[in-house]
Design a protein around this ligand. Structure first.
Ligand code: GDP
Ligand code: IMO
Ligand code: MG
Length: 429
């Protein structure tokens, strides 16, 4: 019954795609459990370089079932485009299964995401504009359309008619926007239903059956814990449960099935979109890291904000998720930077703060207290054996381990699958 949760531990883009593609060698099933096409997971392996938004990063392993779970919101246009491009590049997608409970991102959700962002003015969240928030709003408001609904044309038409009438009142009267044409939308949604029919499955039963038979199931998270709707830096968060709890609610499995909770951390910090980021670097070092690591969004192409490793946010993330292992990615990006810094406390209102604060406004006022460590001049890029790491890089890894309070079992030294140091095996046979 072993399930392993892979959770983004910071603000997203930690390298979850690379890590899941690597770990999937030992897995039987890989399931995406939350978020939607706001995610962009980069995988580089022998088949090439891929940016996945919805399809689980285990899809490249011929022995793995790739599953999109019910907690995901599904944009059929993005999914069908992704399937086409994978097939064109020789990747077999016949083992993709999608829950009939996934909520569909409709064109009106994408319109509303953009209109609401404009209306927020200076308080804009900096969403990816992919309709994610409005789709989860409809799910909670019980006006969502689910993938299973697309397979019953009569039910779909009656339900969609009512929803579109409501959305058109909102679009025209509140936002002064054009209404949606119901007939055109219905035709489009029906065509999505026909195209996706072969992939639709009752995946909850499938996963539970596989777990009962001893299959190893990897739960692929999206975003990062600091963007979690409940636990992140609200309101600058995404609209789903990013943390490990979301894997249980988003899939319908018991927490008892999860034997490993793996937090993926980048060796420094990045954030896309608005919201507090205490360790942000507005100087040349930040600029240098952004350019050398090409820190630009996989989904939107926006420059990512860059900063040193935030020990308070990382410890908080490790605590709320209960990580059993950590993965440290992009260590190679820090090659040649001297010194390297870790934020181990904040200062605000004349006081030292040692825990990630929850009081409103405190995070915005906090300044970082740095711990400096010597950098390393010998490259770590591409190293696969821990004994080859320069001693200063080893010391940096050990210090991060102390700060987050959890062992680092995998170190990533490059974007390719094999540029990885296995410190201790994470998925046990
Ligand atoms: P995800 O959303 O967590 O899957 O991460 P993204 O794919 O959005 O961003 C991570 C970026 O870092 C991608 O461009 C990866 O190819 C790259 N990457 C992952 N691990 C490493 C690493 O260890 N070193 C370097 N240099 N790049 C990495
Ligand atoms: P992966 O899975 C980084 C951010 C957006 C914005 C906030 C809300 O690739 O790590 P949304 O469109 O979700 O309503 O935007 O969340 N965001 C991400 N940042 N990586 C992601 O996914 C993200 N998904 C959403 O930039 O700040
Ligand atoms: Mg990403």
């Amino acid at each position: 019954m072993p399930a392993y949760g892979i959770v983004g531990a910071q603000w997203g883009d930690e390298g979850k795609g690379k890590v899941v593609d690597f770990l999937a060698e030992e897995a039987d099933v890989v399931v995406r459990y939350s978020g939607g096409s706001n995610a962009g997971h980069t995988v580089i392996n022998e088949k090439g370089e891929f940016a996945l938004h919805l399809i689980p990063s285990g899809i490249f392993r011929p022995h793995v079932d790739a599953v999109i779970g019910p907690g995901v919101v599904l944009d059929p246009v993005v999914l069908l485009g992704e399937l086409e491009s994978l097939n064109e590049r020789g990747v077999d997608t016949s083992r993709l299964f999608i829950s009939d409970h996934t909520h569909i991102v409709m064109p009106y959700h994408i319109m509303l995401d953009q209109l609401e962002e404009q209306a927020r003015g200076n308080n804009a969240i900096g969403t990816t504009g992919r309709g994610i928030g409005p789709t989860y709003v409809d799910k909670v408001a019980r006006t969502g359309i689910r993938l299973g609904d697309l397979l019953d044309e009569t039910y779909l038409a009656s339900r969609l008619e009512n929803v579109v009438a409501q959305k058109n009142r909102l679009l025209t009267r509140v936002f002064d926007a054009d209404p949606i044409d119901f007939d055109a939308l219905l035709a489009q949604v029906r065509s999505w239903g026909n195209a996706l029919r072969p992939y639709v499955a009752s995946v909850e039963h499938r996963i539970l059956d596989r777990l009962a038979r001893g299959a190893r199931v990897v739960l692929e998270g999206a975003q990062g814990a600091m963007l979690d709707l409940d636990h992140g830096t609200y309101p600058y968060v995404t609209s789903s449960s990013v943390s490990i709890g979301g894997a249980c609610t988003g899939l319908g499995i018991s927490p008892r099935e999860i034997v490993g909770i793996i937090g993926v951390f980048k060796a420094y910090s990045t954030r896309v979109g608005a919201g507090p980021m205490t360790t942000e670097l507005d100087d040349e070092v930040g600029h240098d890291i952004r350019e050398r690591a090409w820190e630009y969004g996989t989904t939107t192409g926006r420059p990512r904000r860059v900063g040193w490793f935030d020990g308070l946010a990382a410890r908080y993330s490790a605590t709320i998720n209960g990580f059993t292992s950590a993965v440290l990615t992009r260590l190679d990006v820090l090659d040649g930077i001297d010194p390297v810094k870790i934020c181990t406390a904040y200062e605000a209102d004349g006081k030292r703060i040692h825990r990630f604060p929850s009081e409103p406004g405190l995070l915005e006022r906090a300044t970082p207290i740095w711990e400096e460590m010597p950098g390393w001049s010998a490259p770590t890029a591409g190293i696969t054996d821990i004994s080859q790491l320069p001693p200063e890089a080893s010391a940096y890894v050990r210090r991060i381990e102390d700060v987050i309070g959890c062992p680092i079992d995998l170190i990533s030294t490059g974007p390719r699958r094999d540029e990885s140091i296995v410190v201790r095996p994470i998925i046990l046979r």
